[in-house]
Write a protein that binds this ligand. Structure first.
Ligand code: NAD
Length: 377
């Protein structure tokens, strides 16, 4: 059985879906591993590292795609490359399935078994395969490092003979995987952190990291879904949240927004009037920029400075700013996925669609869209 990782084609993408470390592990399981030449060129893994790990470095991408039993990549495939895949191959990547009905049709039409990393269940057993979490964690870290770089202030308190410098105030909105890492990183750098989430348990997690929790009575049920995701707020609840946050924003040097609602556009939580009320030189990092943005005024992949001197940064692929570690854990997630279902003796992949994990993340199989959520869309 052959596993192939093609080079990512999006010019913004710095990560690789296979690292030499994971390639070696798969070779050890009895798989033949192929990588496109240059795969790790942007994450510190030149071709010879893959060869040393036992993989074959290939330059004929089209032939490798047509021959692979498993294709590993970070981003969704280009439509032109789907028809060229081998029927029955297992294709593992992010697929953005809620926004890509035609892509799913094409993958079903090509007889591909499409695994969507976004849909890996949030269970203890599947945690080792959860690429959304492994990448969000690094995005949270990278957001604080980027803020530190873009600010005209420092984050920690400093007592100097020339006077005391106060610690920067950081406000984190959305305390999921990315938000928790942003809090931890900002605290390590000495900032004073306040945080808010609609899920009450997330506020407690923020407190355990030393942040101050902003508590807002939104009324109604604001608990999460069975998978741990937030439920969408009503327009009235959103209005209450925005009003309660305004004062904290006005008092903050950095606001980091990470709020997402699974499968939907991200809620707009900071409107233009609140941005206008922030201090000159303060900074917003909108980690939800790719899914619509939490901030009015965010422009994807741009850094805006308002006429009041507030910066709004909405860069995509924040985890791609630390591509070596992002690739390390991403590739490990995919390697763990394959290993979990791999029968080393029979050298075969156990594709049981009744399995809880596969039922959650296999979207197309045997020529059809098989996932309940996407059938008929
Ligand atoms: P996410 O990326 O979907 O959302 C980020 C955060 O935004 C979430 O904490 C969410 O509650 C919050 N949010 C949504 N609407 C908001 C609003 N209006 N205002 C403020 N915040 C808002 O979430 P995520 O980071 O992927 O993780 C969600 C949860 O799932 C977390 O509790 C995480 O610990 C849990 N999780 C569990 C597992 C597992 O059990 N295997 C794995 C990963 C994550």
């Amino acid at each position: 059985m052959i596993v192939f990782a093609p080079k990512e084609t999006d010019p913004r993408e710095t990560r690789a879906a296979l690292t030499p470390e994971t390639a070696k592990k798969l070779v050890g399981l009895g798989l033949e591993v192929q990588v496109e030449s240059g795969l790790g060129g942007r994450c510190d893994h030149p071709d010879p590292q893959y060869s040393e790990a036992g993989a074959t470095v290939i330059s004929d991408r089209a032939a490798a795609l047509a021959g692979a039993d498993f294709v590993f990549r970070v981003r969704k495939p280009a439509p032109a490359e789907i028809a060229a895949l081998k029927g029955g191959c297992v294709h593992v990547s992010f697929l953005d399935p809620f926004n890509e009905p035609e892509l799913l049709e094409a993958m079903a039409g090509a007889g591909v078994t499409a695994v969507s990393l976004e849909m890996i269940p949030r269970t203890t057993l599947a945690q080792k395969m959860d690429a959304l979490s492994s990448q969000a964690n690094l995005a949270g870290y990278a957001s604080v490092v980027l803020a530190a770089d873009r600010m005209n202030k420092i984050l920690p308190m400093m007592m100097t003979p020339a006077g005391t410098i106060s610690p920067a105030k950081v406000f984190v909105v959305g305390i999921g995987v990315a938000g928790l890492q942003a809090i931890a990183t900002a605290k390590r750098l000495g900032a004073r952190v306040t945080a808010f989430d609609v899920r009450p348990e997330a506020l407690e997690q923020a407190e355990s990291l030393g942040a101050k929790a902003l508590r807002i009575d939104l009324g109604g049920d604001t608990g999460g879904t069975a998978q741990g995701y937030a439920k969408e707020l009503t327009p009235e609840q959103l209005e209450k949240q925005r009003a309660a946050q305004a004062k904290v924003c006005a008092d903050s040097d950095v606001v980091i927004t990470t709020a997402k609602v699974f499968g939907r556009k991200s809620p707009v939580l900071i409107k233009a009037d609140v941005v206008a009320g922030m201090k000159p030189g303060s900074l917003i990092i909108d980690l939800a920029a790719e899914s619509g943005g939490n901030v009015e005024g965010t422009v994807l992949d741009e850094e805006i400075v308002t006429d009041k001197g507030v910066k709004i940064v909405g860069l995509s692929n924040m985890e791609g700013r630390v591509p070596t570690h992002a690739s390390q854990v991403f590739a490990a997630n995919l390697g763990n996925f394959l290993e979990h279902f791999w029968d080393a003796e029979g050298k075969s992949f156990g594709l049981d669609l009744e399995d809880e994990i596969l039922k959650g993340c296999v979207l197309t199989h045997g020529g059809a869209i098989v996932h309940e959520k996407f059938k008929g869309e």
